[in-house]
Design a protein around this ligand. Structure first.
Ligand code: PEP
Ligand code: MG
Length: 556
């Protein structure tokens, strides 16, 4: 039995044979030409056959899939059936290109012309690249790219997962995710938590484990063990089969209330939040409604999108975050300039400097939606760095008729000056994903820096503590809405640091509720001190986990 250690990003244990995600399809040599003795007609036929095989494979997979995966597969199958790509590629073969190169170049041209048409058709350019990769893999006799399809449960191993891969991932057969790259806030980590799958990232060495090897993944400890003992397999399976539910009232064992809220970005998230019995929404990422839009959404369009979320939570709190554009979240309609360091640039609230009307319209739309629905609407701005910015934002909200206006604490300066900020803002919500990257100066998207970019870092927790203390002095609520809130052990620490609400991916709510419900408030305070004064993230995590036997009982 061997063990690979990575970074655990989604708790839980699962066992299954390893299935590797095929490598990305490499581009054929730019100058690949047909040998003089090759028959162009045979090469052309190979292209047509490969395209037909790809379409048949996608059709079969779409038939077996449901929901978004089905839609993605059907759209891709349609693209594979479109003769434009095959005909253009066959013309290039007649002019002397190899089948692979011809398909690559023809796909480039088709994608370009779709992109030029804009709107819905431009979005289809991504399907062309997918079909291209599938045809080229088929021509090379390699397995199709993308998440492997299995009828039996399996553990997926990959370099890293892209958003497009994740749409076709079926959580009924894929029982855990392990990636060689990726950090705690990578797409893999966010997806795993959303689906409730145990996951370990930055597990270098996982790609050396042979396909089919049975592995035990522990998403809390961050370990992957090959060929585990039968009793360990039995225990992991028993824990995975146990269902947990949340009664809708987050609290510690001795009844100290901690609101357990959901992070949502769209109506699918709303369904998951309702299913999890969330006490409301602690982070509505409005930019997710408009990602990739090349024109600003109208006020009416926004009112519709916001009302769809607010309507699901009558009488409950919904914290609407204004657009957090820039860096890894492109909103083309803002026309942000290219920057050398976008995470440190014009993003979040800072975009108001050159797109003031966008914020004004958004606040108008939020106020209109709030007026029309019964949710208790709070509004907050992302990436606030100073008390002046907070004051300006709160004033704009007030002008729009939005009285409960707060800020996100994501920049260390905001945590350090939280008292001044909370003099003007009604509440603070700590975004540990960004607070971690800015405190540790470690890009949240870089797997190589995953150990630095860890919310258990004592420096990050110290800033959470400062914010909690400022909230207590100013009598303002302080919540956490970063991924840290979804870690049941860390959730106890955050409560002990003065946080009164935790907002997370809905799937994590029952686990966090169960662990918090088994821990007294005084114990949370004690654990918080252990974590803050630890000499490293790993030491703090281990010491706190050791003090919480309930984690082991629940298999977390
Ligand atoms: C955060 O930074 O912790 C956060 C919740 O915001 P986002 O992940 O959307 O940047
Ligand atoms: Mg953030």
């Amino acid at each position: 039995m061997a063990q690979i250690v990575g970074v655990g990003v989604s708790p839980g244990r699962a066992v299954g044979p390893l299935a590797r995600m095929p490598d990305r399809v490499a581009e054929p040599a730019a100058d690949a030409r047909l040998p003089a003795d090759a028959d162009p007609a045979t090469e052309s036929q190979r292209i047509a056959d490969a395209a037909a095989a790809v379409k048949a494979d996608l059709d079969a997979r779409a038939l077996a899939a449901t929901g978004e995966a089905k839609e993605v597969l059907e759209a891709t199958a349609l693209m594979a059936a479109d003769p434009t790509l095959v005909t253009a590629a066959q013309q290039k073969v007649s002019a002397g290109a190899t089948a692979e190169r011809a398909v690559w170049d023809a796909a480039g041209e088709v994608a370009e012309s779709l992109a030029a048409l804009g709107g819905y058709l431009a979005e289809r350019a991504r399907d062309v690249a997918d079909v291209r990769d599938r045809i080229v893999a088929s021509l090379r006799g390699l397995p199709a790219p993308g998440v492997p399809v299995r009828s039996e449960p399996f553990v997926l191993a990959a370099h890293d997962l892209a958003p497009a891969d994740t749409a076709t991932l079926d959580p009924s057969t894929c029982v855990a995710l392990v990636t060689a790259e990726g950090g705690p806030t990578s797409h893999t980590a966010i997806l795993a938590r959303a689906l409730g799958l145990p996951a370990v990232v930055a597990a270098s060495g996982i790609l050396d484990v042979a396909e089919g090897t049975v592995v035990l993944v522990d998403g809390a400890a961050g370990t992957v063990r090959t060929d585990p003992a039968p009793d360990e397999i039995e225990k992991a399976r028993a824990v995975a089969a146990r269902e947990r539910t949340f009664d809708g009232h987050g609290r510690t064992a001795d009844g100290h209330p901690v609101a357990l809220l959901a992070n949502v970005g769209d109506t699918k998230g709303v369904d998951a939040a309702l299913a999890a019995n969330a006490e409301g929404v602690g982070l509505f990422r409005t930019e997710f409604c408009f990602l990739g839009n090349d024109r600003a959404p109208s006020i009416e369009e926004q009112v519709g999108a916001y009302r769809a979320v607010l309507a699901a939570f009558p009488g409950k709190k919904v914290v609407v975050r204004t657009l957090d554009a820039g860096a890894d979240k492109p909103l083309p309609f803002l026309n942000l300039r290219e920057e050398a360091n976008p995470a440190l640039g014009v993003r979040g609230l800072r975009t108001v400097g050159h797109a003031e009307q966008v914020l004004t319209d958004q606040l108008t739309a939020i106020a209109t939606a709030a007026e029309a629905e019964d949710a208790d609407v709070w509004v907050m701005a992302p990436m606030v760095a100073t008390a002046e910015e907070a004051r300006d934002f709160v004033a704009r909200c007030s002008d729009a008729g939005l009285e409960t206006a707060g800020v996100m604490v994501e920049v260390p300066s905001a945590a350090l000056t939280a008292e001044g900020i909370l003099e003007v803002a009604a509440f603070a919500s700590i975004g540990t994903n960004d607070l971690g990257q800015y405190t540790m100066a470690a890009d949240r998207l870089l797997g190589e820096l995953a150990a630095l970019n860890d919310p258990w870092q004592p420096a990050v927790l110290r800033l959470v503590e400062l914010t909690g203390e400022a909230g207590a002095r100013r009598d303002r609520p302080v919540g956490v809405c970063g991924e840290a809130a979804a870690d049941p052990a860390l959730a106890c620490v955050l409560v002990g640091l003065g946080v009164s609400s935790l907002s997370m991916t809905p799937r994590a709510i029952p686990d966090v509720a169960a662990v918090l419900g088994a821990t007294t408030y005084d114990e949370c305070v004690r654990l918080a001190q252990v974590a803050v004064s630890a000499s490293s993230a790993a030491e703090g995590r281990m010491a706190v986990r050791d003090a919480l036997p309930v984690l082991d009982e629940l298999g977390l």
